[in-house]
Design a protein around this ligand. Structure first.
Ligand code: KIV
Ligand code: ZN
Length: 505
């Protein structure tokens, strides 16, 4: 299958739909982005529309690299065609793009002419355009409203065959207004493709009135249309034109060699949005701010289990492909679960075991039910509150060193106060012995301590996080605490463990 030819219409169809169309300098910024993106063709404007656009078209044609086709749009009238020819004359690959409608509605109510007459206008326009272009110049003819030509398709095909004979080497089939299902249009594209000589390039130009322009464009490619007319961010008349990024990623995923520098897509999208003053919808496919977020617990589980693979369980494409530096995002809501807690907290300097994440999940869900998605800060607050300071029947009042190897532990169990003095080789050992002496034996299996940077308190540079593993009825119970004193972190972690073991669910 031949490589697709990406033909960008942002500077023409996109620009004509802007609330404030771009001036030459603004167009140049977008033009340069298109060159960096590596598109094969750029329609630089509608030079007949205004002096400003004529100036922009001429300026950009002068900047065009050797390998990029540059076209300007002209109605099928001599004055427009002359203007385009004049504007693009310095482009290394100049193309005049002329058009006229051939759909029954347009013929009857807009042009008020029969197809025979319109064909004559088109043939004359094309042969005139061809005659004033240099030998390497091309003529593209668009059957405006081709998508509405189902009823007179055979006559339209006859007309287009004559238009090709008159000198058009690119036949563009616009779905000027998207009204029907994609397959209706694609079948028409196929029929036109089959009726034209092989060396004629068939293009599609789809508008997105029903939100299916990308699908229609992608499938038209497989039906034989090689030139795919698209725009950056889907800018264009009404609901816009085919979004270039969607087509590029879909073709890439389908195994087509996409001739674009796809890693430039994301930065191009951001710049285009700023330049056009058209925000990117947060759910916009591929480029939307929230388009890589996962909130359901089931999805989060699948995402994490497949994150090492190129094809993720819920990942349509690898964000790196389009130059998005942030990876897929897990966010915690009342619909989320332990996996998000585990991943989000372990991505910070704090840590959490899966067992603790399971314990924390209901608290986090409950909080999210009232306030919505939890920020990382809110999730960590819960973590400090519920994991690093577990509430329950045991309450640590004081733990002090009162001699070289002597310690005093004061705590409450339910309403009873205990005050124990013990000897121990260190605070942790002493605390566990003290508890054992008053009937609360614990089996410590593992102990570790880490330094935690205290981000909130500038004076205190670091804190200690103690992590203890206890044997609890044959299972490992993990508990932890954070404190500026390593001794207090150890003792609080013991009490957190006691409360977890004696938790009334
Ligand atoms: O949508 C359309 O039909 C057009 C043509 C001028 C190509 O933009
Ligand atoms: Zn259009």
């Amino acid at each position: 299958m031949k490589q697709p030819f990406f033909y960008d219409v942002t500077l023409r169809d996109g620009n004509q739909a802007l609330k404030k169309p771009w001036n030459t300098q603004e167009k140049e910024i977008i033009f340069n982005k298109l060159i960096e993106l590596g598109v094969q063709g750029i329609e630089v404007g509608f030079s007949g529309a205004s002096d400003m656009d004529f100036e922009a078209c001429s300026y950009l044609a002068n900047l065009a690299p050797e390998n990029v086709v540059i076209s300007g749009l002209a109605r099928a009238v001599k004055i427009d065609i002359d203007k385009v020819a004049q504007a693009i004359k310095n482009a290394p690959k100049p193309r005049i793009h002329t058009f006229i409608a051939m759909n029954p509605l347009g013929l009857e109510y807009v042009l008020k002419k029969p197809l025979k007459e319109v064909k004559k206008i088109a043939v004359e326009a094309v042969s005139y355009a061809k005659s004033i272009l240099p030998i390497h110049g091309e003529v593209q003819f668009s059957v405006e409203h081709f998508g509405d030509c189902k009823e007179n398709l055979d006559e339209v095909i006859d007309a287009v065959q004559d238009i090709v004979k008159a000198g058009a080497n690119v036949i563009n089939l616009p779905n000027t207004v998207e009204r029907f299902r994609p397959m209706v249009f694609i079948e028409m594209v196929k029929k036109m493709r089959e009726a034209l000589p092989e060396n004629v390039i068939v293009a599609v130009h789809c508008h997105n009135d029903l939100g299916m322009a990308s699908a229609t464009t992608v499938e038209s490619y497989f039906a034989g249309a090689m030139q795919l007319e698209c725009s950056l961010n889907g800018l264009g008349e009404r609901a816009g034109n085919t979004n270039m990024y969607e087509v590029a990623v879909a073709l890439n995923n389908s195994g087509v060699n996409v001739p674009l520098n796809m890693q430039n897509i994301y930065e191009t999208a951001i710049l285009t949005s700023e330049m056009a003053d058209v925000q990117i919808w947060e759910k916009a496919p591929i480029i939307g701010h929230d388009a890589l977020a996962h909130r359901s617990g089931i999805h989060q589980d699948g995402v994490v289990k497949t994150k090492h693979l190129d094809k993720g369980a819920y990942r349509a494409f690898n964000p790196e492909l389009i130059g998005r530096t942030e990876a897929e995002k897990l966010a915690f809501t009342s619909q989320s679960g332990k996996t998000a807690i585990f991943e989000l907290i372990n991505a910070t300097q704090y840590q959490i075991s899966m067992q603790e994440a399971v314990y924390l999940a209901p608290f986090a869900k409950h909080k999210a039910e009232t306030i919505g998605e939890l920020s990382l800060k809110e999730l960590l607050e819960l973590y400090f509150d519920k994991i690093c300071n577990v509430e329950g029947p045991f309450k640590l009042n004081e733990f002090n060193k009162i001699g070289s190897d002597k310690f005093n532990l004061n705590f409450n169990h339910n309403n009873e106060e205990f005050d124990v003095i013990v000897k121990g080789s260190g605070p942790l050992d002493a605390c566990i012995s003290a508890l054992k002496n008053v009937g609360f034996a614990l089996e410590l299996e593992h102990y570790e301590q880490h330094a935690i940077e205290d981000l909130e308190n500038e004076k205190e540079k670091s804190k200690a996080m103690s992590v203890l593993h206890f044997n609890h009825n044959g299972n490992v119970l993990i508990t932890r605490a954070i404190h500026t004193s390593t001794a207090q972190a150890n003792v609080q972690a013991v009490f957190n463990g006691l409360n977890l073991m004696n938790r009334v669910i």
